[in-house]
Design a protein around this ligand. Sequence first.
Ligand code: GDP
Length: 337
Amino acid sequence: MKPKKALITGLTGQDGSYLAEHLLSLGYEVHGLVRRVALEDPGRRFNRIEHLLDQITLHAASLESYPSIFHIFSRHQFDECYHLAAQSFVGESFADGFSTMNTNINGTHYMLAGLRELQPQCKFYFAGSSEMFGKVREVPQKETTPFHPRSPYGISKVAGFDLTRNYREAYGMFCVSGIFFNHESPRRGFEFVTRKITSAVAHIHQGLASELRVGNLEARRDWGHAKDYVRAMHLMVQREEPEDLVVASGESHSVREFCELAFAEVGLDYRDYVIQDEKFYRPAEVEHLIGDSSKAREALGWEPQYTFQELVKEMVSRDLELAGKAAEMASSAGAIA
Ligand code: GDP
């Protein structure tokens, strides 16, 4: 049988790289849409997919350009399309709301419009987000909970979610959104609080840093492992009928608890190092996210394999390796000088 062909946008990111690995393990032919600047700077931009480069096909295109997306869809047919690319950092979305909205909303619209025009049979997955719930109307949040986004990022995701639903309803396409709660891993960007903490723990442990400045320690999130969550994306696309589903661990922890656990991994007390700094507070905060994913668990037979404790442990352990290398380089540079 011919292998299924999948296109991933955001392939170079945390979720894209895990999803590519997962689809390859299932025998898929995996294609990725990447910016031309990334192709020109592979050393820096492809650090999460370096080990996959000889197994995947990359296409240069920009989500800001409909013609470039149209061009790819006019030359290659796909069975499934996973649209994960976005400006995904909430903090940055406050700093530059216009770019976040332009890229995220238009990018999703261009993808949908291109598919409708050239290959409406291709199944489409949109990466929705728990940030759509924002100022939560009920706890825990599920598929029927109303949205109340609290950031340009959250607003752009609600728009993408509505666009995806509308293409499904208006044109009968298989378009589905995953409403995914925060998911982290050793491949998470350093701007997100989990990675910021685990990286700081490793640097402090190696004597490369002495403190960690964060914002709101009381904010709570439902944190899972990205590796578990990409399995759910794939399962959602395999269903007979498209249905938007909440995917979450069902546990919520505060930033403070994350700090406590991560510092304890190296035998330190977070209270000796962590400083709350107003600079890192958000203009509008999402205080209490916790998801009820019972519908997805039943419909997909999905269960997360990682616990919160295992997630923190894996992230600290990877950052200790990286900081160990950084410390070695610093000391050999010192020896040369
Ligand atoms: P988000 O849920 O997509 O916004 O993921 P983040 O990891 O960026 O933030 C999670 C929560 O941690 C938010 O409520 C932030 O306000 C809170 N937080 C507290 N201190 C920090 C910090 O120093 N950096 C970041 N990124 N978030 C912080």
